[in-house]
Design a protein around this ligand. Sequence first.
Ligand SMILES: [Zn+2]
Ligand SMILES: [Zn+2]
Length: 292
Amino acid sequence: MAANTKLLRRELRDGRTVHFQWYYSTVFAILHVLTLVAFVPMFIHVSSIVVFFIMAWIAGGLGVTLGYHRLLTHRSFVTYKPIEYILTVFACLSWQGGPIQWVGTHRLHHRESDEPGDPHSPRDGFSWSHMLWIIHSSRIGDDPAKLTKDIQRDPVLCFLDRYWYVPQFFLAAILFALGWLWLGNPMGGVSWFLWGVCVRVVVMYHATWFVNSAAHTWGYRNFETADDSRNNWWVALMSFGEGWHNNHHAQQRSAAHGMRWYEIDITYVTILLMRACGLAWKVVKPQRPGSS
Ligand SMILES: [Zn+2]
Ligand SMILES: [Zn+2]
């Protein structure tokens, strides 16, 4: 009931009606149940946990954070087109939608930060900003399309946007086969599938959603932005540096989200490594707090 009250408040804020989406909700529910199944002792193996971390880094760190967010949404750096496409495929493995929808929704979040048109603001309720917003159709008009003209000019990104859910099935089959081979029985394949796909997708869902919920609720601020964004260390740890969210709202194009020495930002380190190897250029530099 509390959630309904929040949703009602949401409707009052921007006049939109929200509807529960059974399709997405069922997928989310199944993934969460399979995540619990992964903790049955017969499915817990060291190799499965290693697969979990590797896939979390590939899909969450390189895909969503580096690819969808810093590269496609904010153009914080430039790289070769094939690398852009590879990062986008990695991001598709997160099952957070295709590049047009993801980038459009996030650009809308920056345009309307914590204002009534924000797709996921804690001002509409913490649980709304965390995950309720995504299991309801609060269609934001055609704004994601309007805000992603640059993405839509690229036929490969359009193709990936249409079939974003497909690479996960290939990965699931590959992990099942490799797990079976590595551990010597079919249950080993199931274990690698559970940890490399289900647990990893669910954990990265919550890591991403905490950026929208926790990093707009708890933490400190280096910059007096008009929104509620916060720098939150544990969200940064879960999300490959995205938790330094107040810094990011203040300097949206900066390739670095961590701006003080203790604000560790693995994704910025990755971008600097790419630049050192000649794989990234036009890296947008941050203005440190107090330097402007
Ligand atoms: Zn934000
Ligand atoms: Zn952003």
